[in-house]
Design a protein around this ligand. Structure first.
Ligand code: ZN
Length: 206
């Protein structure tokens, strides 16, 4: 792409670093911003910088949060003894949208994926195990997407918890293999949490 302006080229280059944004889309977005009042670009930049500089991970569940302890963990009406294990905040949002779940979460920050160089130590598995070993958890619900990586991660955690009295279950698979949680509709997802099955049973199915 040949630019007549270095400033334009620089903005397009930065924008096209984002996933799913090619150079053409980046150019369209940048030109759109140029047509809008300067305050819009300023507000966008401020929001992104503010997010980047001030966002925290909840010390308890590792969900993205504005505060040291997120709103879900800080809510006394939620049951801290049930912990739903998810990949990231999008899964938390999807499950919260169902209105069917009143427990806590544990956000892993990804899934075990040797192909992508992601091992257990890069995820928040250790704090989860420690939470269970401290006797604070009665039930763990695995709610990772049913991909190879999701299953590998579930099984790894399950093995780590084998010598603890914690109950392990997995969300019922109304969700077909490979579906990501965030795309599951609320009714199906809500039902799959309510109708969760013991984790051992889910392994026998495979
Ligand atoms: Zn939290």
């Amino acid at each position: 792409m040949d630019f007549s302006s270095k400033l334009l080229e620089q903005a397009v280059d930065e924008m096209s670093q984002l996933p799913g944004i090619g150079k053409r889309t980046a150019l369209r977005l940048v030109l759109h911003l140029l047509k809008q009042p300067a305050s819009q670009t300023q507000d966008l930049s401020n929001a992104l910088l503010d997010l980047r500089n001030n966002i925290k991970l909840c010390r308890n569940c590792f969900n993205i949060s504005d505060t040291e302890i997120c709103e879900i963990c800080a809510n006394p009406s939620r049951n801290a003894e049930i912990v739903c294990v998810v990949e990231d905040i999008r899964d938390v949002m999807a499950i919260e949208n169902t209105g069917q779940y009143r427990g806590h979460y544990h956000v892993l920050g990804g899934k075990i994926s040797p192909m992508d160089g992601v091992g257990p130590s890069q995820l928040t598995i250790k704090p989860l195990i420690e939470k269970v070993q401290a006797g604070k958890v009665e039930e763990i619900i695995f709610a990772l997407s049913s991909t190879l990586e999701g299953d590998t991660t579930n099984f790894y955690i399950f093995k780590q918890l084998e010598n603890t009295p914690v109950k392990t279950s997995t969300i019922a698979r109304g969700i077909s293999v490979g579906d990501e949680l965030e795309y599951a509709d609320e009714v199906t997802l809500g039902r799959s949490i309510t109708n969760r099955v013991p984790f051992e049973n889910s392994m026998k199915d495979q």
